[in-house]
Design a protein around this ligand. Structure first.
Ligand code: NOJ
Length: 540
C-alpha cells in the first residue's frame, strides 16, 4: 500500500528499449529479455533514470508486439516471465526504474477475448469490442478511417456486423464503454504492478473511448491544421477526429486507472497522445494529479530544424499545462530518427546530436531517449523488399514506414551484424551504423556516447533543469533560448541549431557562464554568441 508521494519521474530521463532490436542473447536474430538484462549496465552507465520497454507480451507480431494476444505473459520470442522478473531485479540493483508498455486500447485478433467475441452476438464477450450494424446499403457504420490505411471497420460474417479497428484489421478496438472490459484491463495492469514495475507507457491513451452514437467525423475546415502524428499523405490526416478518439469519457477511465496506481508506491505513467489538438490534451490528461502523470505528443517527433516552431510549442504548452507534466522525445520507434530528420547528416553530425540532447533535456518535462540516439544513429535505409512494418506498405514510397528506426543496435562495429546477433537479424544493420557502434565510441573521448554520459551526469546537479519553471522564450532563424528557474536559481539555456555563429540577447540579469557541460559559447554585453551547433548555459 502507498506510503508517500514520490516524484522521481519529474524531469527524469527515460531510455526506451525496443526489445526486438536491442540485443539478441539466444542468437535467433531477434532481441530478447535476457539480452536486455545483459546490457543493462550499459544503460545505467548512460546516467538515465529509467527504462521503458516496448511490448514483449504474447503476440502474433503483426504490429511487432502492439497487437497483444495475452496481456499477462511474455512472448516466447522474448523469453519467459522469469526472464522478466530477472530483468526487473537487475535494473533495480543498478538503480534503474522499469516502465513497460500497456497496449490497452486494442488487442490482437488472436486474443481469446476477440476469438470469443467475434463468433456470435450473444456470447459472454459479445460486447467486449466495438461492434456495429452496417448501414442499410451494407456499407460501414460511419466514415472513420484506420491510421494504417483504409476504412476503420472490418466485416465479420458470423455476426453480420462490423468491428472497429483504429490500426490494423488484426487489431480490434476494445469497448471501453463496457465496465467488464475496464475491470479486466485494470486487473492486467495490477498483474504487472505486483511484479514490481515502476510505471507504464500507455499506448494511444486518447483512443480508449469512441462516440457511442458513432457519428461521422467532419472533414477539415479551411485553416485547420492536418492531424499531427501521421504523415500528410495519409487520408487519416484529412478528417477532424471529433468522434473516433479523445472522447470526454476517457477522463473517467484515466481516473480509475490512477486510483489503482495510487495504491502502490512511486508508480508513474506516460501516455501517448495522437490528436488534432495534442498539447491541450496533454495538459488536460496530466492536470489535477488524478489522471496521467505525464504525456507525450508528436509535436517534437515529426518536426525538424525550425527554431520558431519549437519556441511556439514551448509557449503553447507553458500556457496550457498548469500543474500537468510533459514528457518530450525527439526520436522513438514510430518516427524517423532525429539525426536524419533534423538534417544532421549533412552537417557536423556529432555536434548536432549533442545540441539536440541539450535542447530536449532542458525543456520543462521529462525526456524519453530512444535506443541508439546516444550513438547518433541516422535512419536506416530499408529497401521495399525488406520492409516489415505493415504501416510502411500502403503509403510507400512517400512514407516508408518505421523500420528505418527499428534496426538492430550496433554493439561491436567489426563483428557481423554489428555484434547484435550471430543469426541474420529480423531487420538488416545499416552499414553506416558499424562505425558508430558502442565499442567504437567507447574508445573515443569526444564521441557522442561519451558526451551523453558526461552531459546527463552534469545536468543532474541542477535541480532547476530537472523540474524548474520555464520563461523568457525567444527564438531567431538559427536557434532559441529560454530560462529555467526555481526559488534558488535562474538558469539560461541557448541553442544554436545552425551552421554559422549565432548571437541572441540575454534576459535582464547578471549572467555567469556555467562550465563542465562540454559546449563552447561567449557571454558579452547582454548577449550570448554560440558557434555552430553549440549550447550555452549561464546562471544568475
Ligand atoms: C502506437 C505505437 O507507438 C505504435 O508503434 C503502434 O503501431 C500503434 N500504437 C498501434 O498500437
Amino acid at each position: 500500500m502507498k506510503q508517500q508521494e514520490s516524484t522521481w519521474w519529474r524531469g527524469a530521463v527515460i531510455y526506451q528499449i525496443y526489445p526486438r532490436s536491442f540485443y539478441d542473447a539466444n542468437q535467433d536474430g531477434i532481441g530478447d529479455l535476457p539480452g536486455i538484462t545483459q546490457q543493462l549496465p550499459y544503460v545505467a552507465a548512460l546516467g538515465v533514470d529509467a527504462i521503458w520497454l516496448s511490448p514483449f507480451f504474447k503476440s502474433p507480431m503483426k504490429d511487432f508486439g502492439y497487437d497483444v494476444s495475452d496481456y499477462r505473459d511474455v512472448d516466447p520470442l522474448f523469453g519467459t516471465l522469469d526472464d522478466f522478473k530477472q530483468l526487473v531485479q537487475v535494473a533495480h540493483e543498478l538503480g534503474l526504474k522499469v516502465m513497460i508498455d500497456q497496449v490497452l486500447s486494442h488487442t490482437s485478433d488472436e486474443h481469446a477475448w476477440f476469438q470469443e467475441s467475434r463468433v456470435s452476438r450473444d456470447n459472454p464477450k459479445s460486447d467486449w469490442y466495438v461492434w456495429a450494424d452496417p448501414k442499410p446499403d451494407g456499407t460501414p457504420p460511419n466514415n472513420w478511417l484506420s491510421i494504417f490505411g483504409g476504412c476503420a471497420w472490418q466485416w465479420e460474417s458470423r455476426r453480420q456486423q462490423y468491428y472497429l479497428h483504429n490500426f490494423l484489421v488484426s487489431q480490434p478496438d476494445l469497448n471501453f464503454h463496457n465496465p467488464e472490459v475496464v475491470e479486466h484491463l485494470l486487473d492486467t495492469v495490477k498483474f504487472w504492478l505486483d511484479l514490481g514495475v515502476d510505471g507504464f507507457r500507455l499506448d494511444t491513451v486518447n483512443f480508449y473511448m469512441h462516440d457511442r452514437q458513432l457519428r461521422d467525423n467532419p472533414g477539415l475546415s479551411a485553416g485547420d491544421s492536418k492531424s499531427l502524428g501521421v504523415p500528410g499523405t495519409n487520408p487519416y490526416s484529412m478528417q477532424k477526429h471529433q468522434y473516433d478518439i479523445s472522447q470526454p469519457e476517457n477522463l473517467g477511465f484515466l481516473k480509475k486507472l490512477r486510483a489503482l496506481l495510487d495504491q502502490y508506491d512511486d508508480i508513474t505513467t506516460v501516455g501517448e497522445i495522437g490528436d488534432d489538438n495534442p498539447l491541450a490534451l496533454m495538459a488536460q490528461y496530466t492536470a489535477d494529479n488524478d489522471k496521467l502523470h505525464m504525456a507525450y505528443t508528436f509535436d517534437l517527433l515529426n518536426i525538424h530544424r525550425k527554431p520558431d516552431y519549437l519556441a511556439s510549442v514551448i509557449e503553447k504548452i507553458e500556457g496550457a499545462i498548469n500543474d500537468g507534466w510533459a514528457c518530450w522525445a525527439l526520436s522513438n520507434h514510430d518516427v524517423v530518427r532525429c539525426i536524419t530528420r533534423w538534417g544532421a547528416e549533412e552537417a557536423d553530425q556529432v555536434a548536432y546530436g549533442k545540441v539536440l540532447l541539450a535542447l530536449v533535456t532542458s525543456l520543462r518535462g521529462s525526456v524519453c531517449l530512444y535506443q541508439g540516439e546516444e550513438l547518433g544513429l541516422p535512419e536506416a535505409d530499408i529497401p521495399f523488399e525488406k520492409i516489415q512494418d505493415p504501416y510502411g506498405i500502403p503509403f510507400w514510397p512517400e512514407y516508408k514506414g518505421r523500420d528505418g528506426c527499428r534496426t538492430p543496435m550496433p554493439w561491436v562495429g567489426d563483428e557481423g551484424n554489428a555484434g547484435f546477433s550471430s543469426a541474420e537479424p529480423w531487420l538488416p544493420v545499416d552499414p553506416r551504423h558499424n562505425s558508430l557502434a558502442v565499442d567504437k565510441q567507447e574508445q573515443q573521448s569526444d564521441s557522442m556516447l561519451a558526451h551523453y554520459r558526461t552531459y546527463l551526469r552534469w545536468r543532474k546537479q541542477f535541480a532547476v533543469l530537472v523540474d524548474g519553471e520555464l520563461s523568457d522564450v525567444q527564438s531567431n532563424a538559427q536557434g532559441l533560448r529560454f530560462v529555467r528557474y526555481n526559488d534558488e536559481q535562474r538558469l539560461l539555456v541557448a541553442f544554436n541549431l545552425s551552421d554559422s555563429d549565432m548571437t541572441i540577447s540575454l534576459p535582464e540579469g547578471n549572467w555567469q557562464a556555467l562550465e563542465g557541460h562540454g559546449f563552447a559559447f561567449r557571454l558579452e554585453n547582454g548577449s550570448v554568441t554560440l558557434p555552430p551547433y553549440q549550447a550555452a548555459f549561464a546562471t544568475t
